[in-house]
Design a protein around this ligand. Structure first.
Ligand code: PRT
Ligand code: ZN
Length: 296
């Protein structure tokens, strides 16, 4: 495969739970993904970067080896790889808020469980042997790890292991297999990783540009722009209620002495309850508008 050295390379999952969200994030950051080049790569039309579509398990290696400067992957896959003996040359540069799940240890519903000590001497089936070993070592527990590539939830029923350690999101799979979660090994979400291998300066600069765009998208996802009117006496109380707003803009209203317009970017969700509280504090004409783009 020919790699164009003047362009950034971003590894994302080819298909699976993270694929659509990963493309969506890059699209929201203004990157136009050219379709139809081939199955493995795609060119970004308006930014010097190429995407590489790979299995999620390969993303830490691609980024660590510097084949790709960036990657989007679940923290569970990344941390499992980071515990490998090989030096992991990557760093998390953004948490992306999708693909949330937890790596949990689960026991058959009827099993007696009274804390990590109950795992001593047990057999635990998992696809995440290093993370599980790390958890057991941290608690000073000796147990056998049975490595499985998939269908881990079947292990207790098949008599392969007494416990499992697997990803859980809704909990439906555990329930369907009459298992219950007893410990959390890791809380995970998709993350943006960057290689820590040194590269040419112009590429580092491109990387900074890409990061600043992605940070902008993440900041706007929950942010809202709030506008309202308030009297001078109520200003202090109102600005204290505004969620996650630093230094709101306050300007006098023309022809209405003692009245002000307050404008603020709120970095947290704005709920109806918040609007009610603002109104009770003396705010009127409250407007909440979405923010399309933001560069921090
Ligand atoms: O083909 P490739 O290797 O790229 O994909 P994959 O099959 O290995 O991964 P994929 O697409 O299934 O998941 C990619 C990433 O999504 C994972 O590494 C996690 O970071 C994240 N993620 C979020 C999940 C889940 N939620 C999840 N629920 N990954 C897997 N599951 C599975 C879990 O293993 C279990 O079998 O879903 C089942 C449990 O789900 P609930 O909802 O029943 O609890
Ligand atoms: Zn995988």
């Amino acid at each position: 495969m020919l790699i164009d050295e003047s362009r950034l390379h971003i590894a994302i999952q080819k298909s699976g739970r993270l694929a659509d969200h990963s493309r969506g994030l890059l699209r929201d950051a203004g990157l136009r993904i050219q379709n139809g080049r081939n199955d493995l790569t795609a060119r970004i039309e308006n930014f010097p970067a190429d995407l590489m579509f790979v299995r999620d398990d390969d993303i830490p290696t691609f980024v660590s080896d510097g084949v790709c400067e960036f990657g989007i992957v679940g923290e569970n896959v990344l941390q499992e790889s980071a515990l490998d003996e090989r030096e992991a040359r990557f760093e998390i540069v953004a948490r992306l808020g999708f693909g949330r799940c937890s790596l949990r240890i689960a026991a058959p519903e009827e099993a007696v469980y009274s804390g990590p000590d109950s795992l001593a001497g047990a057999r635990i089936a998992t696809s995440y042997p290093r993370l599980l070993r790390h958890f057991l070592d941290t608690h000073g527990i000796q147990a056998d790890i049975v490595k499985m590539r998939g269908a881990v939830e079947l292990a207790p029923r098949l008599g392969i292991a007494g416990f499992i350690c697997d990803l859980v999101s809704t909990g439906a799979t555990l329930e369907a297999n009459r298992l219950r979660a007893v410990e959390t090994v890791l809380d995970s979400e998709a993350v943006l990783v960057r290689t820590t291998r040194p590269g040419p300066e112009d590429k580092a600069e491109l990387g900074t540009r890409l990061l600043s765009r992605i940070d902008g998208v993440l900041a706007t996802r929950d942010s809202k722009y709030i506008m309202l009117n308030a009297t001078g006496e109520s200003l202090k109380q109102i600005t204290a209620i505004l969620p996650g707003a630093e230094a709101p803009t306050i300007v006098p209203l023309h022809g209405r002495p003692g009245h002000f317009a307050v404008h603020a970017v709120c970095q947290e969700s704005v709920f109806w309850e918040t609007l009610q509280r603002l109104k009770e504090a003396g705010a009127s004409a409250i407007l909440v508008v979405p923010i399309e783009k933001m560069m921090l």
